[in-house]
Structure formats: structure tokens, C-alpha cells
Design a protein around this ligand. Sequence first.
Ligand SMILES: *Cc1c(COP(=O)(O)O)cnc(C)c1O
Length: 392
Amino acid sequence: MKDATRAVRGGRSPGPDPRFVNPPVYHASTVLFEDLESLKGTAKLRYGDGVSYAVHGTPGTYAFEEALAELEGGHRTRICSAGAQALSGPLLACLAAGDHVLIPDAVYGNTRDFAAGMLARFGVSVEFYDPLIGGGIRALIRPETKVVYTESPGSQTFDVQDIPAIAEEAHKAGALVFMDNTWASPLYFKPFEHGVDVSIQAVTKYIAGHGDLVMGAVTATEAAYPQIQKGWYHLGLSGSPDDTYLALRGLRTIHVRLPRHWESGIALGDWLRARDEVEEVLHPAMPHDPGHAIWKRDFRGAGGLFAFWMAEGLSSAAQISAFCNRLELFGMGFSWGSYQSMLMPVNPRRTASPWPRPGQPKGQLVRVYAGLEDVDDLKADLDAAFAAARAA
Ligand SMILES: *Cc1c(COP(=O)(O)O)cnc(C)c1O
């Protein structure tokens, strides 16, 4: 089966009435058992193998998890109530005091702060590495390295990581490879074909797709899954029934929405790159980008999130304010992945690799998210904002 069919058909084990296409929403805490013998069987059930108590999942949870696991190409998926939990949960599940974890320098801000904060406080040795290190990660791996975390392309700076090369070295040392796969979604990067053991999704973004919920999901290989599931049980991670319903509804059309985000992102990237106000565009799916070769080798498509460098002469605080405040169609705010376009200035934090890299522009970096509006309207909005910046 192809992805479009998987997105439509996945997680469709029949509910109580198979005539209805969508699973019912169970608002539940308690689940009653038919007899004492089946209640006594719950030690097995709490590991996510059936309905026992609503924290561990309702039929709606399992339908969504099943559909997502199929799309990601992993053994099983578990959900939680934010993307932020989908990165902290598996790290807590797989690390202990004395272990060493490698985190890419271009990682999502919350992952950086969680690792440097709580993980370090619990006695885990946290080391950040240059996201472009590839097989050179070998030199950083120690006997106590348990997890090599990846995120590709990296948040804000869109560095494409050589996941197969990193995975090869990590596996030689017996370490697990985690990947935050939110940018590409399960459609455009197949983590388990490239050596990833644990794939992280901020469901909030493309899977939910409509800006109306926060949720996270973690998919694992058969070998890594028991440790993840145990962590889910210990931490009590779960997702709300209504949000899970909406997330599954979003997933059903992801293959229709994503190509448009990809196409509009490229159209805006090309248009921006031709402007005098723009120094350079950071977008791995554009041929000029340093990450393009690996993107082309490993990815099946691109999301609508990228960045551009405003020219240095247009990057004063007043000019950037004038630019952002003139925009009408591009919203400003955190998050992305819904139907609406967004834009905001970003200031990447790096501790293990230079940024900007030598030879890169020095103006303001601006992150753009191409939504589902008409792309000519989006260009006109940007055009007016550039005029406002020039006049400031
Ligand atoms: C948004 C995001 C997250 C966190 O998701 P939330 O649901 O907002 O907590 C994690 N990773 C990446 C790459 C993200 O963009």
C-alpha cells in the first residue's frame, strides 16, 4: 500500500458498530471488566496491549496510534499531550544517571533546555554536537553513550543531518538513535528506513494540521518499544480523547495538504531569493542549499517551513519591526503546521558549532511557514512588508 491509502485506511479496526467510518470518542477514566479473571489480566494490559484504564488508551487512542505507526513505518506508536512530552518522555525512558547523550546543536529549543536542564540535573552527561558532523560522530561516542539524538532539518537553521551515517556509528556502539521527524512528517521522511530507533512527532504541527490542538507521538522499532512503553507507563503520558479524534481526522488528509505546503514553500523561497532585500534562503529542497544533496537522497518531499536572511542593511530592529508589523496574511507566533502562513525573526542558539557559519550572511534570520493560502496573495503581503522595511 502507498502512503495515501495508509493515511485513509490505517487504524480502522472496526469499532462497536462497523457501519461508522470514524472511531467513537470515549470520554473515560474507568474501564469496567466483565469478570474478576479479566481484571486480573491487567498487568499485561497496562503495557498498551488493550483497553484497561483510560490513561493507557481508549479505542480512539489505539486507532490513531495504529494509523501513525503504519505511516512512520515503525513497530508501534504512543501518544502524549504535547510534542514537548514526545521528546522528554523517551529521553527519560532510555537514560539514567551516568549515561551520556549527544544532542545536535540545531535542536528544537525545548529539547536543548530539557537536556541541559532536567537531564543534566538527573546526572546524565549531555553533549551538544555540530549537526553536520555525519559519520564524524564516531569521535564523540563513549562507552556510556546511550542515545544519539537527531533532528533533521534542524529547527530554525535547517541543517540536514546524515542520519544513516550517524545511525551506523551509534549502532556500532550500542546506542539508540532518536529523531525529531516533525519537519518532514511521516510522509516525507521514513525514519526506520534510515536507521532511526525512536521517531518523535509534534502531532501539533502537520498531523493535526489545523492549529487546534497540541499533541505528541513517539514511534519505535520492535526492539526499542518495550523501554518506551515502560516510560509511558511510569510517566503517565496520554492524550485527550477529543484531541486524539481531531489528530486522526487531520492524519486522514495529510497527503493532500503536505504537497501544497511543499509547493508553496518552494515558490516563496524562489521569489524571496530573487529579491534585493534577501541575502539568502535556507531551504534544503532548493538546489542551492548546502543540505540539498542529502535531502534529495533521503527525503521524499519537503514541508513548508524554511528561513531567509534579511539583507544586513535591512536588519535594524526598526526595519525588522516595520517588516513584521506590516504583514497581514502571515501570522506571528510560536508553532506552525496549520493551514495558515506564519513568519517570525529567529535567533538560533549554538554552543558546539559556529553560527552563522563562516561566509554566511549576518543580517536577521527570518523563519517562514508557507500555509495553504494562495501563493500570489502571500507574495503580495511580503512585497508590502519589504516596502515598509525599506521606508523605516
Ligand atoms: C513544535 C515542535 C515541537 C514541540 O511540539 P509542541 O506540541 O509544540 O510541544 C518539537 N519539535 C519540533 C521540531 C517542533 O517544531
